[in-house]
Design a protein around this ligand. Sequence first.
Ligand SMILES: [Zn+2]
Length: 273
Amino acid sequence: MRKKIFESFLEPIIILSLFFFFYACATVPLTGRKQLDLVPDSQLNTMSYQEYSSVIGKAKLSTDQEKVNMVRRVGNRIAAASENLLEEKGLGSEIKNYKWEFNLIQDDKTVNAWCMPGGKVAVYTGLLPVTRDETGLAVVVGHEVAHAIAKHGAERMSQGLLTQLGGIGLAVAMSTQPAATQSIFMQAYGVGTQVGVLLPYSRLHESEADHIGLILMAKAGYDPRAAIPLWQRMNQQGGARPPELLSTHPAPESRIRDIQTLLPDAMKYYKPR
Ligand SMILES: [Zn+2]
């Protein structure tokens, strides 16, 4: 009897630990960091596509065709580079179901861009004076796409499921606690609460996105050295309302220093077009 109680108590704990250890752990492509992953892409992307079409449906889209085309051109080159790169690393399946989409939202006051799971990207017109040209834009789009392929949002969502719902998987969470699950998604991606403004990523996520983003832009044929003047211009934005892109980053000088140390690696991927 005693043994039975012990076993029935211990068994779920052992199973849960094994689950987190072997199953619920993913590896970030290109940096190799282990991350908690309770959120299968198939389910997360379905949620993401719904949110994205709702955000884009409500937004005022830019009618400046030249700029819209530029955003899509840069976006498609970064997307192709991501696919080729992950394919070469034997990780092609990580993003092969992405349904890439790039939209330019008319909002000159918002210096921002983001990428939701499954490759759904929005750029705000307020970003373009700072990025100046295609290469500058590639720095930011590369950075945002890097957050998505490193599954930073999924990691935040997994942490939410773990701390708020006791670590159940997304499918179970959605079927048993749909409202709580929806609210965890909102917290992880920030959409809905304040349209288009994502919660800041952690510093770890920001540095990782800088690293992967430089490689992506280089692979797409954009000179990654442009990242330094781009972030310098971004830092000068400051003022009453600093750009969201800077919100959680360490001091600008240390970001630029970090980028300088990452550049030699990124340059290996760079072939000018
Ligand atoms: Zn970021």
